[in-house]
Ligand binder design. Structure first.
Ligand code: UN1
Length: 478
């Protein structure tokens, strides 16, 4: 397979040479690409280019912006198998899931293309006689976008597409583990007719690029998805410089299984939520909270299904669970698994696996017999690891589900309308799933959490305009 030299995109020019290897986690002998690391001048030039392009792009017509986003969406959708293979190769997401993610990215561009044509304001009667008040929506200006490796094309799409749709220019810093999908996306948007400087992309150190963004005096808004620690620092630095900020961070998402749940459905939901994408989703179901009456049956059935999951090379269509993304993440997963055992949990699975190619293969793990205070139930692992917490009844399940600093996604498996309705209202999370996995969201509705999971306005859907646009209130005395 070929190796690509990636380059930064700065003011419409592709630049940068050499750099660090982009390794395939399913086969560490496979070199997917070479990523340059931006110099301070290059980072500065990228930010300046976005600044220089902002007025022209802010004045572009909705039709111009629609055409670019729609064309980009069409190309992404036409190339799903090819880009899906690249995603699987560089991130380790199984090919079928990877193609699903690329499809989602294409649909996101199509959705936000439509939003370009739906930009609207409001006219409201003034409290003063004769006066009218108009509320106009305007771009925020230059937006910094920092994205993680676990959704290397969907998350850049759901940030870049609305930024461009509402007339902002962008400085994009993709995750170091997944430069290839970012490279494809930047190329696609350039081909789709985006004027030079409207989208700039720089590879390199997150802390250097993040600091340059917040200290530039140019960036007006910053959208970040990643870890809690980095997210907090980004939010603090942005706030200090008066930059509008949105951070999407971790989760410790609960899935409540009550006695009246449909057992087969509950097992399906938990297998998907906990182990698909190798558990590397901030929306993964990591705490399975199970009431007494169904506990033993459920755990037995889940364990059986978990053991049957095929762990392997992400490019093999038979693979259900791909490798962990890299050595650092693998070490983190194993550390949490060992700690869970040391704190008294009974660990099933979680073993290093050998496969025909060298990669970061770990069998899915289930930790039985845990209590809410154990580290495994407090901190995000970001791997194929879920724990079982046994509770007496629904009320205790709800208390345990809410007993976390996080609040991204939550779920309940139950056939009772009364319980599911209660859970919808009382679950402290930004997204609630009833008889469905906590992960795997639609592309046209708001995404985000409460408490320590998210900060700032929601992402996705038409609600994204709260972040990517600002209002101007105009008073006219005719
Ligand atoms: C999903 O579950 O479909 O980083 C999306 C993450 C989230 C995206 C999850 N921001 O895992």
């Amino acid at each position: 397979m070929d190796t690509t030299q990636y380059r930064h995109l700065i003011a419409g020019n592709w630049q940068g040479e050499g750099g660090t290897p982009n390794i395939n986690p399913s086969d560490t002998a496979d070199l997917v690409g070479i990523t340059p690391s931006a110099t301070p001048e290059e980072i500065h030039d990228a930010i300046s280019a976005a600044d220089a392009a902002r007025d022209e792009w802010a004045q572009s017509t909705p039709q111009q912006r629609f055409d670019v986003l729609d064309t980009a969406g069409t190309e992404i959708l036409a190339r799903v198998p090819e880009i899906g293979m690249l995603l699987a190769r560089e991130e380790g997401k199984p090919i079928n899931e990877a193609m699903g993610e690329v499809t989602r990215a294409g649909q996101l561009f199509k959705f936000f293309a439509g939003e370009c044509l739906r930009l609207g304001g409001e006219t409201i009667p003034s409290v003063r006689s004769g006066m009218t008040v108009e509320i106009l929506r305007e771009p925020v200006g230059v937006v910094g976008i920092i994205t993680p490796w676990n959704f290397p094309i969907a998350i850049p799409a759901w940030k870049i597409a609305p930024a461009l749709a509402w007339g902002n220019t962008v400085v994009f810093k993709p995750a170091s583990n997944t430069p290839g999908c970012a490279w494809e996306l930047a190329n696609i948007l350039t081909r789709a007719g985006l004027p030079p400087g409207v989208l700039n992309m720089v590879y390199g150190s997150g802390s250097a690029i993040g600091a340059a963004m917040t200290e530039s005096g140019v960036i007006n808004a910053l959208s970040f998805t990643g870890s809690v620690d980095v997210g907090k620092r980004v939010a603090m630095a942005a706030t200090e410089h008066g930059i509008r900020v949105q951070t999407e961070m971790g989760g410790k998402n609960p899935m409540v299984i009550v006695d009246d749940a449909d057992l087969d459905l509950a097992v399906d939901v938990c297998i998907n939520g906990a182990y698909f994408s190798t558990g590397q989703r901030c929306t993964a179901s990591s705490r399975l909270i199970v009431t007494e009456g169904i506990h033993d049956k459920f755990v037995l059935a889940l364990e059986e299904r978990m053991r049957m999951l095929t762990v392997g090379n992400a490019l093999d269509p038979k693979t259900v669970v791909g490798p962990v993304v890299d050595q650092g993440q693998l070490d983190q997963d194993r550390h949490y698994i060992e700690l869970a055992a040391a704190e008294g949990g009974e660990v099933i699975g979680g073993d290093l696996l050998e496969r025909p190619t060298d990669g970061y293969y770990l069998s899915p793990a289930l930790v039985k017999g845990t209590t809410p205070e154990m580290t495994i139930n407090l901190e995000e692992v970001f791997g194929p690891v879920a724990s079982i917490i046994r509770v007496a009844d629904y009320q205790e399940a709800l208390t345990v589900a809410n007993g976390t600093p996080f609040g991204l996604s939550s779920g309940i498996c139950s056939t009772s309308l009364k319980l599911t309705s209660h859970f919808k209202r009382h679950s402290q999370s930004g997204m609630v799933m009833v008889n469905a996995p906590t992960a795997g969201v639609d592309y046209h509705v708001p995404f985000g959490g409460t408490k320590a999971s998210s900060y700032g306005a929601r992402e996705q859907g038409s609600y994204a305009k709260e972040f990517y646009s600002t209002t101007k209130t105009v008073y006219t005395n005719p």
